[in-house]
Design a protein around this ligand. Structure first.
Ligand code: URP
Ligand code: ZN
Ligand code: ZN
Ligand code: ZN
Length: 480
């Protein structure tokens, strides 16, 4: 046989095209696209089904130690298993530098965490939390050249945040080396000041998390991030954008011709701050609202609409999960159920790796808000380009990795945590209806998930060194 596997009669969708073809796969790559391809050792008939490039999730947290002692529930096994079952074939989690730690040590640590566990391919973003002169002049440039070509920096969280001067230093390295910088934009001092006042007034329930981080703290930091990037003349990507005021800042920057990219996430389409208020009167034990605590917090229906508008208009380049999984019933009994834990003691983040694609396909493509090529762009192609993995990932093209998803559409499914494959004991989307789900997921030509079952193998996933991303190139100004 010419091929290891042939997927017959696929309705292939890329960010640019829709075409009907057989997909011939050899040695893990797409070897041929055409009509009536020769036989494969194995064959899958996809007649009547869409076949899309596997999802690339450019923002998720796996096995990341937390400085407050809370524990990320998913390691590289359960996280990538869950991703595969949700149609994602590449994840880009973080290798997080702790203050005082060398960046190199962080990278080595995360390779040990991922190495023989990952079931799908992965790259790493760095998190730079301690930009010492050594980090800025030696470690960061060296790591960028080795394939760690994107990194996240924080404007809030005491253990991670950088001040404006440090942000300028880091942006300047990104400019010199051609790396992509992701920014978490919230004003740290405003949040600390509001939190102190809320707690002093006895306002401890999960819903006060939203009150402690109103949209203006995100708007201000987004504005400042854009100004700092403009000063250095370097592209940036604002992550997890939650609503109108931040979107307005980004649209302003984009209208100036600045290369300011933006990411949003399912929580800003499907949750609101009201979800943080569920069970707010419970005196002890579980507050269900804690299940929806993330930062920035979900806003309201009007802001959900602004996020949809931004997905449609192109304000957002990428749609990621920001999967940051914490168990609700933590055995440590310390955080989410907590002995009446205050909102600021509940770890920030919600699970979403497995539900990201089905939610957007259903509410975006099937509702007519997005066309299917835009869906592929937002969830796969643009992400691969943004982080230097394209064209190996993010497309259906000859020579690309055979990372493919055969979709089931026109079904009726209710999201239940019991059906998901992560190691978290809840999903914030419990009970949500979807009309599409990734049926078969292939990673480099191997079926890793089918009909709701995980079929992959631990250690199949390979580390992907990333190229310098084209979108990270500074603007070219035409000379007058
Ligand atoms: O609340 C969130 N988003 N937690 C995950 C960490 C981050 O800031 O992305
Ligand atoms: Zn963040
Ligand atoms: Zn209580
Ligand atoms: Zn995150």
């Amino acid at each position: 046989a010419d091929f290891d596997l042939v997927i017959r009669n696929a309705r292939c969708v890329t960010a640019a095209d829709i075409f009907d073809a057989d997909i011939g796969i050899k040695d893990g790559r797409i070897a041929s696209l055409g009509q009536q391809l020769a036989a494969g050792k194995e064959e899958i008939d996809a007649a009547g089904r869409y076949v899309l490039p596997g999802g690339v999730d450019g923002h998720c947290h796996l096995d990341q130690p937390m400085s407050d002692g809370s524990k990320i529930a998913d390691d590289f096994l359960s996280g990538t298993r869950s991703a595969a079952c949700g149609g994602t074939t590449t994840v880009i989690p973080f290798a997080c530098q702790m203050k005082g730690q060398s960046l190199r040590a962080a990278v080595e640590d995360y390779h040990l965490r991922a190495g023989d566990k990952a079931c799908i391919d992965y790259a790493f973003h760095l998190i730079v939390s301690d930009p010492t002169p050594h980090v800025l002049t030696e470690e960061l440039p060296a790591l960028i050249r080795e394939g760690y070509t994107s990194f996240k920096i924080y404007m809030t969280y005491d253990d991670l945040k950088l001040n404006d001067r440090q942000i300028l230093d880091v942006l300047s390295v990104a400019r010199d080396e051609g790396a992509m910088v992701m920014l978490h934009a919230e004003n740290s001092d405003c949040i600390a000041w509001l939190t102190q006042r809320l707690l002093a007034a006895g306002k401890r329930a999960p819903k006060y998390h939203a009150a402690s981080r109103p949209m203006l703290v995100e708007r201000e930091a987004t504005h400042r991030a854009i100004a700092l990037a403009e000063l250095v003349d370097v592209p940036i990507l604002i992550v997890h954008v939650s609503g109108r005021e931040a979107v307005e800042q980004i649209q302003w920057a984009q209208a100036q011709g600045l290369k300011v990219y933006a990411e949003t996430c399912p929580q800003y389409l499907f949750l609101t701050a009201a979800d943080l208020g569920i069970d707010e009167h419970a005196q002890h034990g579980a507050h269900q609202g804690a299940k929806c605590i993330c930062s920035p917090p979900p806003r309201d229906a009007a802001n959900q609409q602004v996020i949809w508008d931004g997905l449609q208009s192109g304000v957002f380049a990428v749609f990621s999960s920001d999967h940051a999984p914490f168990r609700f019933d933590d055995q440590h009994g310390k955080f989410i159920t907590g002995q009446d834990a205050a909102f600021n003691q509940i770890p920030n983040g919600i699970p979403g790796l497995e539900t990201r694609l089905a939610l957007l396909f259903s509410a975006g493509v099937l509702s007519g808000r997005l066309d299917i090529c835009e869906f592929v762009a937002l969830t796969s192609t643009n992400v691969a380009k943004m982080y230097g993995l394209y064209p190996r990932k993010g497309s259906i093209a000859i020579g690309a990795d055979a990372d493919l998803v055969i979709w089931d559409t026109g079904l009726e499914r209710i999201i239940r945590n019991a059906d998901l494959h992560h190691a978290v004991d809840y999903t914030p989307y419990e009970g949500q209806r979807v009309q599409a789900w990734p049926r078969t997921t292939l990673s480099r030509g191997k079926v890793v998930a089918d009909a709701g079952s995980f079929l992959g193998t631990q250690g199949h996933g390979q580390f992907l060194p990333c190229d310098l991303p084209a979108p990270a190139k500074p603007r070219v100004r035409s000379s007058a």
